[in-house]
Design a protein around this ligand. Structure first.
Ligand SMILES: NC(=O)c1ccc[n+]([C@@H]2O[C@H](COP(=O)([O-])OP(=O)(O)OC[C@H]3O[C@@H](n4cnc5c(N)ncnc54)[C@H](O)[C@@H]3O)[C@@H](O)[C@H]2O)c1
Length: 263
């Protein structure tokens, strides 16, 4: 049993980090999984580990770059071919880009961040929503960030695209709520995933653990979040238990984004 019993759930960026943690939690809750990532090798490893823990889970893996519209259409079509429906969509794949002051930001990196974090999320919605519209049911969770509700020094491209994800979420909720489709976003703070470990390396290449400890001091809980904590929120938002939350960007950050100054 579980919150997602027999629901077909698509997860992008499922090979690592938040996507992988949500896939594990969804499998625990009885979901059928369509796992999408552009890193095919890591994706297969993720599938193997999930099956070791939850051997009855139906899983398909699809190698796709979410910034490639044709590849997005393909992962949607192949999921419908395999499972017949898409009940939940965790539109998660994203990158941080590089950290640099606004006027020095590398333009090619900026465009890549837009292509993946904004266009990738948008293409996913563009092809998944018609499937859900026909079903008269769907749950969508887009991944914004605290950088989608606050500024973050030296991360202009990331912050711009994550604010855009919060905006796209609002519009999807307005336009498709009448079809039984609820669209929300999550705004994680610093959660210990490979992406965040890489960011601490950029902040302090000599001692990334020190950068991590300093960052945790600014959090009311005095620690970073864990991917499985985010996975539990995502499973709720992808389930029928989430029945009247629509268009929200929900922070999961230990309360840090409420603060003005030290805590
Ligand atoms: N970890 C955090 O603290 C944090 C905080 C706020 C928001 N987020 C967001 O959560 C999402 C996941 O982040 P994470 O920390 O798990 O990152 P991660 O780098 O650990 O994992 C991201 C996964 O997405 C895949 N991916 C990246 N670009 C892709 C593309 N174009 N097509 C297909 N797959 C792609 C990667 O291969 C990887 O498996 C991102 O949107 C990120 O911005 C993370």
């Amino acid at each position: 049993m579980g919150r997602l019993k027999d629901k077909a759930i698509v997860i992008t960026g499922a090979a690592m980090g938040l996507g992988y943690a949500a896939a594990l939690e969804a499998a625990k809750n009885g979901a059928k999984l369509s796992l999408v990532d552009y890193n095919g090798e890591s994706l297969e490893k993720a599938k193997t580990v999930i099956l070791e823990q939850y051997p009855d889970t139906k899983i398909i893996t699809l190698v796709a770059d979410v910034s490639d519209e044709a590849a997005v259409k393909r992962y949607v079509d192949e999921t419908v071919n395999a499972f017949g429906t898409i009940d939940g969509f965790y539109n998660n794949a994203g990158i941080e880009g590089r950290q640099a002051p606004l006027i020095e930001y590398d333009l090619d990196v900026f465009r890549k961040v837009v292509d993946i974090n904004l266009m990738g999320v948008y293409y996913g919605l563009r092809y998944v929503i018609p499937v859900m519209q026909q079903q008269g049911y769907g749950r969508i969770v887009n991944v914004a960030s605290v950088g989608g509700i606050r500024g973050v020094m030296n991360q202009t491209a990331y912050v711009a695209t994550k604010h855009a994800v919060a905006g796209v979420t609002k519009n999807a909720s307005l336009e498709y709520g009448r079809y039984g489709i609820l669209t929300n976003a999550i705004a994680p703070g610093a959660i210990l995933t490979p992406m965040v470990a890489e960011a601490f390396k950029q902040v302090n290449p000599a001692d990334p653990k020190k950068a991590e400890a300093e960052y945790a001091q600014a959090n009311p809980t005095k620690r970073l979040g864990l991917p499985e904590e985010v996975g539990k929120l995502v499973v709720f938002l992808l389930s029928e238990d989430c029945s009247y939350v629509n268009g929200q960007t929900i922070a999961i950050d230990g309360g840090q984004s409420n603060s003005y100054g030290n805590v």
